[in-house]
Design a protein around this ligand. Structure first.
Ligand SMILES: CC(C)(COP(=O)(O)OP(=O)(O)OC[C@H]1O[C@@H](n2cnc3c(N)ncnc32)[C@H](O)[C@@H]1OP(=O)(O)O)[C@@H](O)C(=O)NCCC(=O)NCCS
Length: 325
């Protein structure tokens, strides 16, 4: 009998209050950085983002999202036998944020590790969890995307600091004879590592390099639109489905223009695309599970519907997970 990984619960967590474009414009103006609500909305579709206050870390948001997913699934932390957490903004170099979350939610003993694939992290984490479940190595997996991207932004660089935000989303996957995750594809092209990166680390007790996000926005834009189209088609071909079989497209929430261009290239009506970038901005690995949870809780996503989840980002990495909800 074929084993599938089925989503049995979702959850999310946003830190504090939303920071609107108007508030951000004012804050940046105080340090001589000029931008506007119109520019941000026209170029990106973003109206607001959430910024974690000092002392709130990725593991705090992740643990809250996980607790909400457990509650939605009617499960307890003891039921979890695998934790995979996608982040590029871990609490510390080690232990992994997944281990910190394991402790915070009161789970113990199961494997817990982080994956680092930037804005594709959630797709990488879901595909990995699915392989564990299909191999019979786990029955209930907690998969989380969580970030405090505000900590790696250069707040004097208006070309990047207006684009990102903090948050976490979580999914519980359970082994089931009913579908489930139907297929996935992951990719990376390291030769493009320099178009989107945070090229710093800690060495001999000091931050080294340039530990702030840098980006060639136009290069990222062009690649993102191409690969989100191609990877969706690859996964559909793997499982013998058509674009018309997709009920909801949930691409990484980077920019509303990337989402529209992807829908257009795939020939999917924009009404079938879940769009949350306006309210959350780009939350990197958290963006897809945040959008998923929001659309599950507002009733748009219904049991039996087919979802195409897609990630794209630094590395350069991308991937897609196609599933029946
Ligand atoms: C970043 C992005 C919104 C910029 O939009 P764009 O149309 O390419 O804009 P450009 O970079 O050409 O900049 C246009 C002008 O706006 C200016 N500008 C840039 N940021 C600005 C800001 N926050 N406010 C006001 N003006 C700004 C630039 O300085 C430039 O001015 P100039 O023409 O006088 O030189 C766009 O490239 C993009 O969305 N890229 C993908 C980014 C992304 O999603 N990354 C994450 C993927 S995981």
């Amino acid at each position: 009998m074929e084993i599938f990984s089925r989503i049995v619960g979702t959850g999310r967590a946003m830190p504090g209050q939303a920071v609107t474009n108007a508030q951000l414009v004012k804050q940046l103006a105080a340090s001589g950085i000029e931008t506007s609500d119109e520019w941000i909305r026209e170029r990106t579709g973003i109206s607001q983002r959430f910024i974690a206050s000092e002392g709130i870390n990725t593991s705090d948001l992740a643990a809250e999202a996980a607790a909400n997913a457990l509650q939605a699934a009617g499960m307890s932390a003891q039921d979890i036998d695998l934790i995979i957490l996608a982040t590029s903004t871990p609490d510390m170099i080690f232990p992994s944020t997944a281990c910190l979350v394991q402790k915070k939610i009161g789970a113990s003993g199961c494997p817990a590790f982080d994956v680092q694939a930037v804005c594709s992290g959630f797709a990488y984490a879901m595909a990995t969890a699915d392989l564990f479940i299909k191999a019979g190595k786990a029955k209930t997996a907690l998969v989380i995307g969580a970030e405090v991207f505000s900590r790696i932004l250069d707040w004097t660089d208006r070309t990047t600091c207006v684009l990102f935000g903090d948050g976490a989303g979580a999914v519980l996957l359970a082994a089931d004879s009913k579908p489930g995750i139907l297929g996935h594809r992951l990719h990376a092209r390291g030769e493009f590592e320099n178009i989107l990166r945070t090229p710093g680390t800690v060495s001999h007790g000091k931050a080294t390099g340039h530990p702030f996000l840098t980006m060639d926005g136009q290069a990222v834009f062009k690649l993102a639109v191409q690969v989100l189209d191609s990877v969706a088609r690859e996964v559909l071909a793997d499982v013998g489905h058509q674009v018309s079989d997709i009920d909801w497209l949930i691409p990484h929430q980077a920019n509303v223009r990337i989402l529209s261009a992807t829908a257009k290239r795939l020939g999917i009506d924009e009404s079938k695309v879940i769009v949350t970038v306006g309210q959350h901005a780009n939350t990197s690995a958290a963006s897809v599970p945040l959008a998923l949870d929001l659309a599950v809780r507002d009733g748009r996503i219904q049991a039996g519907q087919r979802l195409m989840l897609q990630g794209v980002g630094g590395g350069f990495t991308w991937g897609a997970v196609y599933l029946q909800y």
